[in-house]
Design a protein around this ligand. Structure first.
Ligand SMILES: [Zn+2]
Length: 320
């Protein structure tokens, strides 16, 4: 794992600055007109989706990145059914590549003496441990690998109703909590990386209720707030181990371990902090924290009613 301009992000081969693979696949950029769309980085500098590239050798680009992008592109043309049919491990790799690509971009910038980041991710030992664990499972992009009985992330696939949906494409990621979401047409993929599916289990009721429904965009935003907040209080870093190889094995098998003895898996869920996250996600509807917490123990929800059942919603009517 090297955060430099001159090593392939995947195999480490020494390369020149011309060798790049796009963080956001060419097809995505074309389909959603992203090339010149602006993206704000952690240090507040602005780049575009088209400019974001990961240092990558020609071999990894041709053998691993292009086929992956092609597979996801094909699946995405079939909408929800296509993306659901993709092996979850492929979706993990695709998201993992974009996440890692933005991470590398941030970290290469941090190393620039002219940039003084407010919070240097690369100097935080816990974060580096997390990235290292993540880098191990990301190698499944290149090395045939089986995760035995787990997926190194939680995946949620949601469908948005067209009635008030104005955004054909939407993208969000949080580098430190590894929460990620991308919306392709009517389908939103929300993902928390490196939690071994624990967040999905913890939010089981929520995903049961919301997946398979046509969500209003404000409901999707609430769903994301809950998942992103869960990632924020998620408190453990899984470790991964390669099982010893036998002669004739054609792939690696990975086992995982989570230390839940010395660590609580989640820090406590704090309503004000959650409401803050929700306020962020609800910015387009300008719903403020005070409103959200009018009843401090039961924040406003557009997704669930008081019996935790799904609340169907066609249009958003501003409440006064
Ligand atoms: Zn390479």
């Amino acid at each position: 794992m090297q955060f430099t301009d001159t090593n392939c992000f995947l195999c480490g081969t020494i390369i020149t600055k011309e060798h790049r693979t796009p963080v956001f696949g060419e097809w995505l950029q074309q389909k959603y007109n992203l090339k010149d769309k602006e993206l704000l980085l952690l240090d507040k500098s602005v780049t575009t989706f088209g400019q974001l590239g990961i240092p990558c050798c020609d071999r990894c680009h041709t053998h691993y990145m292009l086929p992956l992008e092609h597979e996801v592109e094909q699946a995405a043309t079939k909408g929800m059914a296509g993306l659901q049919a993709l092996p979850p491990q492929r979706l993990f790799q695709w998201i993992g590549k974009m996440y890692y690509g933005t991470l590398v971009t941030e970290l290469i910038k941090e190393a620039d003496p002219l940039v003084m980041p407010e919070y240097a991710v690369s100097e935080d030992p816990k974060m580096l441990g997390k990235f290292r664990s993540f880098y191990q499972v990301l190698q499944s992009l290149r090395v045939p690998m089986e995760f035995d009985g787990f997926l190194p992330c939680s995946l949620f696939l949601l469908e948005v109703s067209p009635t008030e949906d104005e955004l054909p494409f939407e993208y969000q990621d949080e580098l430190t909590t590894m929460a990620f979401s991308i919306k392709l047409g009517s389908v939103a993929i929300v993902c928390t990386l490196l939690d071994n599916g624990i967040i999905r289990k913890a939010l089981g009721r929520l995903s049961q209720v919301a997946e398979g429904q046509l969500l209003h965009p404000i409901q999707l935003a609430e769903f994301k707030a809950r998942v992103f907040y869960a990632a924020y209080i998620f408190n453990v870093v899984p470790e991964y181990f390669i099982r010893p190889q036998k002669p004739g094995d054609d792939h690696l098998v990975l086992d995982t371990l989570i230390d839940d003895v010395t660590n609580e898996i989640f820090n406590p869920w704090e309503m004000p902090a959650y409401a803050h996250m929700l306020e962020e996600m609800w910015k387009p509807w300008s719903i403020r924290e005070q409103q959200i917490l009018q009843n401090p123990s039961q924040p406003i929800s557009f997704l669930l009613d008081e019996h935790h059942q799904f609340k169907p919603m066609e249009r958003y009517v501003k409440q006064v």
